[in-house]
Design a protein around this ligand. Structure first.
Ligand code: 2AM
Length: 183
């Protein structure tokens, strides 16, 4: 199965992102926007594997305290087929260290991860073509700077169910070993 490690988002942050996608859609010529339930922040992409127990074991070795993260504008990765449009997060050492640690634990457990540096982003849309002259940067300043507390990381399965990209949490680890906490 196809796995990745993510931070799931609070209702408040998800609401702000849905509002952002709704407005962006009105200025979009083409593109596919994320479904509400698919919004997340990826810490590490594992890819195709059947070593689920080993992935869970690796994540259980992560040691970090809960921290807060905050939305910060929108941006895009330019692609020939249309851009990936994302919401950004305010620069955050705790988040960067957590992603680094998750990746390190997974590598130690024998998972081969892509060798690219972590760029925290919340994907809002793919293959997006914005209206000519739409100022994404200025628009980003109107996105509310919602904060949320991060107190767990989730092991996610990605699959297509009846054509729909579907993400399911198949395990989680509470930060500071607080495994009972629900977000
Ligand atoms: P993206 O949002 O930038 O596409 C599930 O696919 C999650 O893993 C997405 O958040 C996706 O990031 C991320 N991811 C990272 N590398 C990936 C890859 N090579 N293929 C698919 N998804 C990847």
């Amino acid at each position: 199965m196809r796995l990745f490690v993510a931070i799931l988002l609070s209702q408040e942050m998800t609401d702000a992102l849905c509002q952002t996608m709704q407005t962006l859609r009105q200025h979009t010529v083409a593109g596919r926007f994320s479904r509400r339930e698919n919004l997340h922040l990826t810490l590490a992409f594992i890819g195709e594997t059947n070593r689920v127990a080993q992935a869970k074991q690796a994540l259980s070795s992560v040691q970090a305290d809960p921290f807060s993260m905050q939305l910060d504008g929108v941006g895009r990765f330019r692609r020939d087929s249309g851009d990936i449009v994302w919401a950004g997060l305010r620069k955050n050492k705790s988040l960067e260290q957590l992603a680094q640690q998750v990746q390190q634990q997974l590598r130690q457990a024998g998972f081969v991860l892509q060798d690219r540096s972590f760029a925290a982003h919340l994907t809002l849309g793919r293959e997006v073509v914005l209206e000519d002259g739409f100022d994404l940067r200025s628009f980003g300043k109107t996105v509310p700077a919602v904060s949320m507390q991060v107190n767990r990381i989730s092991l996610m399965k990605s699959e297509r169910i009846q054509g729909k990209l579907t993400y399911t949490e198949i395990g989680f680890v509470g930060l500071n070993n607080d495994t009972d906490r629900k977000s």
